[in-house]
Design a protein around this ligand. Structure first.
Ligand SMILES: O=C(O)CCC(=O)C(=O)O
Ligand SMILES: [Fe+2]
Length: 282
């Protein structure tokens, strides 16, 4: 970082006019992204929840879910948004746990891919490295699963949830607006034969100095990176239909590096935990 600052200060001093010309921001030429303006707007703030103070249903509480583990050690829950329902669980992991998960993943990190038809491909709109961690990699991951299950009330044993995906974004790393659930029946997500991704449980394993917020485009809010906290949301309505309001993005990291871990929970196994409903609004 310090070396970069020196380099650019020197460049500016040598030819100030040229540096200004080069600094004109070029927007990526992506006509398919009608959501670009909202995405960029949400990413230019340190997390933005404009009308929150007016909404009493958005509150903080100690979550126990009547679960013995949580009764002994409740987790601080912040309801961020109602439709779609998005909550932030503060201090879901400890510094040591976050560090350990990053360390377990590090040797296995590879360029992230996305599902494209039946294939998995690296794409410009997702720039990061990621690795999948099986529970057998460390007993701590089993404890983590128990904690996720206790908080969400969902079954997170394979094949009802995927392995933990650890993601590392460097400077400029991002994931442009997307859905976590499959929007086509040919998606490789269905290979597990446990339905679509009903919910996302995403843990922030680091802080970041600037950028990197998680932006919900249609819902028009963004969540700043809160180290050790976990963000949870439902991707599907109770009818099983994808909730289009969950379109979200990982804003570009401006300074620092960002680590998250995704636990994607699938529909099957949750039939009695999140019963279905035919009402489209649920
Ligand atoms: O890193 C984030 O803030 C969001 C990541 C995400 O949406 C994903 O990995 O699917
Ligand atoms: Fe996502």
């Amino acid at each position: 970082m310090a070396r970069n600052v020196l380099k650019y200060e020197k460049l500016l001093a040598e030819s100030p006019n040229q540096a200004v010309v080069e600094a004109v921001i070029q927007r990526p030429n992506v006509p398919h992204l009608q959501t670009r303006d909202t995405y960029e707007g949400l990413c230019q703030t340190l997390g933005s929840q404009p009308t929150h103070y007016q909404t009493p249903s958005l509150h903080c509480s100690y979550e126990t879910s009547s679960n013995p583990y949580l009764l002994l050690q409740p987790v601080r829950k912040e309801v961020i948004h109602l439709e779609p329902y998005v909550v932030l669980y503060h201090d879901f992991v400890s510094d040591l746990e976050a560090q350990k998960i990053r360390g377990l993943a590090e040797p296995w990190l590879q360029r992230s891919v996305v599902a494209s038809g039946e294939k998995q491909l690296p794409v410009e709109y997702r720039i990061s490295k990621s690795a999948w961690l099986k529970d057998t990699a460390d007993p701590m991951l089993v404890t983590l699963d128990h904690r996720i299950a206790a908080l969400t009330g969902l079954d997170v044993q394979p094949p009802y949830a995927e392995y933990l995906q650890v993601v590392n974004y460097g400077i400029g790393g991002h994931y442009e607006p997307h859905f976590d659930h499959a929007t086509s029946p040919s998606s490789p997500l269905y290979r597990m034969k446990s339905g679509n991704r009903v919910a996302t449980f995403m843990i922030y394993l680091s802080s970041v100095e600037a950028g990197g917020a998680t932006a919900f485009i249609y819902a028009n809010f963004s969540v700043p990176v809160v180290k050790n906290a976990a963000l949870f949301w439902w991707n599907l309505h109770r009818s099983g239909e994808g909730d289009s309001d969950t379109l979200h993005a990982a804003c570009p990291v401006l300074v620092g590096d960002k680590w998250v871990a995704n636990k994607w929970i699938h529909e099957y196994g949750q039939e009695f935990r999140r019963p279905c409903s035919s009402s489209p609004g649920d």
